[in-house]
Structures are given as structure tokens and as C-alpha cells.
Design a protein around this ligand. Structure first.
Ligand code: SAM
Length: 316
């Protein structure tokens, strides 16, 4: 059943607490504003998403200020906002999620062939090219410290790899791959970062710079089809790892389960990062499910509670 748009925006305001006062204010304002809700309800369901409406508005020059001013802008620019939303989707690419991914990759035999489903611009396909600070412990690429240092508040039980996992081959699939060499794509990636989050923006920019030195191979395809194509290409002498961070929620349930069945039917490893209710089999194994957090799982077993953007890792 489709949920009400006002509730959707109210819940988004909750998610924004302590992360973006501006988006929290906009989302609460919209939730209480029947005129704006009816504008948003004129869009197809998937396009009513708060993150999408706000990012598209900012891309088109909305004032990043209090709700009353944003509202005036939104009403006068609604035609452009709805046209732009029709062509875009949220493709937030968060390199900080690599802190959780690299801990999980450290548990797998090497060398690794990494296949990411829902890769966006591929910033989570190069976890071995970033440096990490997990509390006192630091992990650097084999070639030396990276320009991007990812800091993640971590419980002491996180199994930090003693050396950077060896990713010998990598490829991704996305419905709409973003190209780190294309300025429009880069602008969209930057706009998807919430307004006050300067450190996130800085991380995305550094990760893009790193990716530009050796742009990731990302094929344009739907998840299942793309996965099958990439499994044909991955070198057989390496351990294949499929990663699905923050993407499965976008697949309708039956399609998601079809993809999961395909993955688990193969002799490969699977790392995922998902909110609650995305993978019921993983949720069922959680002793203390946490709303608004992600679960890091490997082969359907929960490993850690993780901040949605990789801010913290609490190993289970
Ligand atoms: C929120 S982004 C996550 C990007 C990246 N995995 C990360 O964690 O930073 C989700 C990505 O999944 C892609 N996506 C959504 N549905 C898909 C599908 N059915 N097949 C392939 N990619 C899909 C979107 O285009 C988008 O780039």
C-alpha cells in the first residue's frame, strides 16, 4: 500500500534530525501544507520522495533558507521541479559506507572480484583506495595513505583488517550509471549531499577525484540482468563478492527476492547494507533492530549496525 505523502515527509524530518536542520524544517513544513502535498501528489509515487524533491529544487536554484521562502520558490518553479524530477532519481553515492564494506571484505579470502549492484558513480567500488580511521586503528591502501581519510566511529569489536583487502577486479551495474568524468553528473552527485553536510561533500569530492584517475567500469542495466552479465566476466581465479549497499530498497519486493535468490544460488559472497524491512531474513536474526540505521550483512547474516551514511559501525 502506498503511504501518505504527508507522513512520508514527517518521517523524513525525523531522519534529518541532527543531520540537516534545513531539510527537517522543509519536510515538516510540507507535511503540514495541503497545497504543496497536492502538488507533490500529482507526481508518480516514486518521484514524491523528499530527498528527490529537495535535491532537484536545490539543483534548480531553490533558496537554501527557511521553509516560507523555499515554499514561495517551490510554488513558482513547480513546473521545472516536476519536469526535472521526472528525469532524475536519488543516486546518493556515499564513500563513507566503505568503512563497513572494508571490514566485511577483510573477512573474505583474497584476491577479490568486487561486483557492486546499484553502483551510482562507483565511489563504493574502490574501498581499497581510501584510508580509514577506526578509533585508534588506521588502515591505508597498499600504495600508501589516500587523500581521502574515512573516519568511522567504531565499536572495539569491529574486525579491522590488518592489511588492505586485495581487490583484483571490479565492476558495477546501475540503471543509470553516473560518470565521474561528466560535470553534470558530478553536480548531481554533489547536490544529493544534504545542505549542512560540508564534510560529506568534501568526502564525495575527494572520492570523485580518486575515481577520475581510474574510472570504474559500470554497465547500464537492471540489477539481475547486469549481475548475470558481470558474473560471466569476473575472473574465475578470484573470490567473487557481490555488494549491494543502499540499493535493494529501490527494487520492488518480488524483484528484490529474485535477485537475492540468484545471488545465494551461486558460490559467491554477498555483502549488503540495508535499512530495516528490506531483507526480512536478515531482520529476523537481529536481536535489537534499530530504526533509521542500516544493517551490514554477509550472506544474509547480520554483522553490524551501521549509520545510514557509514558514520558509525557497531559490530554485533
Ligand atoms: C542510493 S544509491 C546507492 C549508491 C551506492 N551503492 C552507495 O551506497 O553509495 C542507489 C543506486 O541504485 C541504482 N538502482 C536503483 N534500482 C536499480 C535497479 N533495479 N538496478 C540497478 N540499479 C538500480 C540507482 O540508480 C542508484 O544509483
Amino acid at each position: 500500500m502506498e503511504r501518505g505523502t504527508a507522513d512520508w515527509y514527517r518521517q523524513f524530518a525525523e531522519e534529518c534530525k541532527d543531520q540537516s536542520a534545513i531539510f527537517e524544517d522543509w519536510a515538516l513544513g510540507i507535511a503540514e501544507d495541503p497545497q504543496i502535498i497536492s502538488l507533490i501528489d500529482s507526481l508518480p509515487f516514486q518521484k514524491r520522495q523528499p530527498n528527490l524533491i529537495f535535491a532537484v529544487s536545490r539543483l534548480l536554484g531553490a533558496p537554501v533558507s527557511e521553509f516560507a521562502e523555499f515554499r514561495t520558490w517551490l510554488v513558482s518553479n513547480w513546473q521545472q521541479v516536476s519536469a526535472e524530477a521526472a528525469t532524475r532519481s536519488t543516486q546518493t553515492n556515499e564513500p563513507r559506507r566503505c568503512a563497513a564494506l572494508i571490514a566485511a571484505l577483510g573477512l573474505i579470502e583474497e584476491p577479490i572480484s568486487l561486483i557492486e549492484i546499484g553502483a551510482s558513480a562507483g565511489l563504493c567500488m574502490q574501498p581499497d583506495r581510501y584510508s580509514y580511521q577506526f578509533g585508534e586503528a588506521r588502515l591505508d591502501p597498499v600504495s600508501g595513505p589516500s587523500r581521502l581519510l574515512i573516519e568511522s566511529a567504531s565499536s572495539s569489536s569491529v574486525p579491522i583488517p590488518s592489511a588492505m583487502p586485495n581487490i583484483a577486479w571490479r565492476a558495477g551495474v546501475d540503471l543509470n550509471p553516473l560518470n565521474v568524468l561528466n560535470d553534470t553528473d558530478v553536480k548531481w552527485l554533489e547536490t544529493l549531499v544534504w545542505p549542512e553536510q560540508r564534510d560529506r561533500l568534501e568526502r564525495v569530492r575527494l572520492a570523485i577525484e580518486i575515481a577520475r584517475l581510474d574510472p570504474p567500469r559500470i554497465i547500464k542495466a537492471d540489477a539481475l540482468l547486469g549481475l548475470k552479465q558481470l558474473l560471466e566476466l569476473a575472473p574465475s581465479e578470484s573470490r567473487i563478492v557481490v555488494s549491494t549497499p543502499a540499493v535493494l530498497v529501490y527494487l520492488p519486493y518480488l524483484k528484490r527476492m529474485e535477485l537475492v535468490e540468484e545471488i545465494v544460488s551461486r558460490d559467491i559472497d554477498w555483502i549488503s547494507l540495508d535499512a530495516l524491512r528490506v531483507l526480512p531474513e536478515v531482520d529476523a536474526k537481529l536481536q535489537d533492530p534499530k530504526p533509521f540505521q542500516f544493517t551490514l550483512s554477509m550472506n544474509s547474516n547480520p554483522l553490524a549496525n551501521v549509520g545510514a551514511h557509514g558514520q558509525f559501525i557497531e559490530w554485533i
